[in-house]
Design a protein around this ligand. Sequence first.
Ligand code: ADP
Ligand code: MG
Length: 884
Amino acid sequence: MKWYQLDVDHVEQKLHVTTNRGLAEKQVEQRRKEFGANKLETEKNTSKWLIFFKQFQDFMVLVLLAATLIAGLLGEYVDAIAIMVIVLVNSFLGFFQEQKAEKSLAKLKEMSAPVANVLRDGKWEKIPSQDVVVGDVLRMNSGDRIPADIRITKSNSMETEESALTGESLPVMKHATAISKDHLDAQDQVNMGFMGTLVTRGSGLGIVVGTGMNTVMGQIASLMVKTKKTITPLEHKLTELGKILIVVALFLTALVVFVGVYQGHPLYNMFLAGVSLAVAAIPEGLPAIVTVALSLGVQRMIKKKAIVRKLSAVETLGCASVICSDKTGTMTENQMTVKEVYVNGKNLYVTGDGYEIQGDFFANKEKVDRDYPNLESMLLYGLLCNNASLQVKKGKYFVDGDPTDGALLVAARKLGLSPKVNDNFQIIKEIPFDSDRKRMSMVIEDENHMRFLITKGAPDVLLPRSAFFLGEGGRKLLRSEDKQTIDNEINNMAQKALRTIAIGMKPISKDDPLNSATLEKDLTFVGLCGMMDPPRKEVKTAIMECRDAGIKTVMITGDHEKTARAIAINLNLLPENGMVLDGYQLNQMSVTELRNVIDQVYVFARVTPEHKLKIVQAFQEKGHIVAMTGDGVNDAPAIKASDIGISMGRSGTDVTKEASSLVLMDDNFATIKSAISEGRNIYENIRKFIRYLLASNVGEILVMLFAMLLALPLPLVPVQILWVNLVTDGLPAMALGLDQSEGDVMRRRPRNPREGIFARGLGFKIISRGILIGVFTLIAFMMTYQDNPDNLIYGQTIAFTTLVMAQLIHVFDCRSENSVFARNPFENKYLVLAVLSSLLLLLVVIYWEPLQPIFHTTFLNVRDWMLILVLSSLPTVLFGFTKK
Ligand code: ADP
Ligand code: MG
């Protein structure tokens, strides 16, 4: 017998579990031991050794090793050993960088791992999907990805999309009854849910029957090939740039060698100098440093509660010019409280805040109670047509489920209706809420087996479906003037920023068909509830900061136009001439028509998720880089189409999370702003160290080239060049990747995504600083060499020290797009530390006698240092005044 052929009772017996208690902790432990974690084993970890040896694949390292060999063969053992050591140290550094990047990426993966809702020891818990075991009782809602293979035990109009397994993208309706047929394919087992498939509608319960590789998905996965690591556009751009730089560097190096040999330098010396120069000048480590900088930036974002799912998003974030954000839950707290109700043509107000159950109903300042006509019925309907539950933790009430539903429970409680009344009613059918329908319905049977339908939802959706209304004297015909009165009341509530919900009902007979088309019409309108959802307090400032940063914020909501407008004004989001469009208007417009007005639109109200796609496309046609938030299943297409898809960590569904590139752990709009500012900063930091590394390289090449052209001896020996490449370039560049943002980073316009790496004056900065570093190093060398022509080592030590010092000073210049003097040099403590340790290592190779022969150095005195300090600070200081 297969699982789908067994009754639910049989499945329970077989797996030693009951659907109302779930597994016991002991059973869970034992089963985890027996079956292992619930995950697919498709990827093998790369071993540490492999990463280490990969460093040697690097072309430059191979060239160096060849040079070592030649030096060794020619009997130049000191050179050979020095180069060897440098190669080793270099590989170790590369190894550690890569390890760090891998680790932080693995951690990221863990953080954005899916969760499952399971019943254990009678309590519902959210656990990582990995920890699900066979026998677990599982709850699924629309938008969830099913974490394991399950036998469905209850389905509320649950539909799943199984294209991941079957290739069939039409949703499959699920039910719980056993099927007796033999040999059914997965797609025909409609009482089963399969790992990796999506719940697209409704909700349901099930018992896990297979986990990990013991699932239908597992069987497929075992045949799949490992997915390749993707690289981000920036990494790609840099690799391309790297190729050009290699050619340029090799050309210049060849020129240096050629001129040198022409001027009479020994061939071996020039060969070694050429190799070292090529190694130093080619920024082979650039892509690796970029990856590290990106992943460190990602970690900083995590601290600010934004999880990046795709590394490329870090770059795109800095380009965002429009943020389209959901109102409910992202800009607001998503904590609803019923503040006003409308029954029998009268408006009552309700006291009390949040989900606390203290509060009363007042009509004209007079407290009313359960006798007030129709009030109790309306609240009872609200309580019955409801999926949330009100719970207490440490004396505080909170809602498990939809906050809108929760608010109705609290309101009912304020009138003294307890959830126990539920026991007198039985749910026959539920048509779930979704943002397209904007309503939900339940068919309910009372103790006397009388059936009735309750529908609640957006008032402008419910009113057209109503034929009657409940007045003081009972049910009356709903005439158009009654509709008008109700409409006025809706506007009235909406203007006060209240979210409005209408409640309607209809008695039905036992043999009425139970489908939504016939059910949800000719309703009796019972009343309205107006709910307050306070804006999050950080949002107002965040919107303002985005505006300063050239980023437009657009509010998107399913709520009434007037509600949305009131909140938008409250948040200072809607300027005086700003437009509000609603779903009905959007329907009339093509993407092009929308594009023509979209720059004036700040609020989209009464929209469905399909509209979001249109909005994204219209903004993109206008040339915007769009960030779009979403939480429900149907938001996924818009999120995918946007440049930066953003999903909600708390309330979001798996589907939107998977489609998104950024997850907000706290569902908060302000977090998007933090992420954007971090994204801009990371890009700026990448610019900083590219600038530093390349300017240093230009300096190194030029000092050699100029010296050869002037028929001077080599100002730097090969080991010195390699040392500079390793020590001076390596550490400070890494520290620049960790630099704080320049104060005005959120006051600049968004970056143009097509902008090249050298844009905004970076190319000029690199060349100008590079030339000055080269020239002043050469001057230091010439001044010393002219006075001491027979002490070449002395001149070379001065040149080496000047070059190193010039770079260590220049690194502070790289922190600013404006001027070195604009920033406090001690702000970045990593950089100070990196510079100090480079300095220390410099002093060691100059003053520690055993190293002197290896690095061709000699003692320097105070006068030498004065010369060095003046010449090495000039490239930075001179440009500090020009701001170019
Ligand atoms: P938002 O984008 O602001 O979350 P929704 O699409 O969720 O908007 O809701 C749109 C409208 O649907 C609300 O203004 C409300 O009238 C109605 N609504 C929201 N939640 C529910 C619910 N749980 N049951 C019935 N109606 C609801
Ligand atoms: Mg909603």
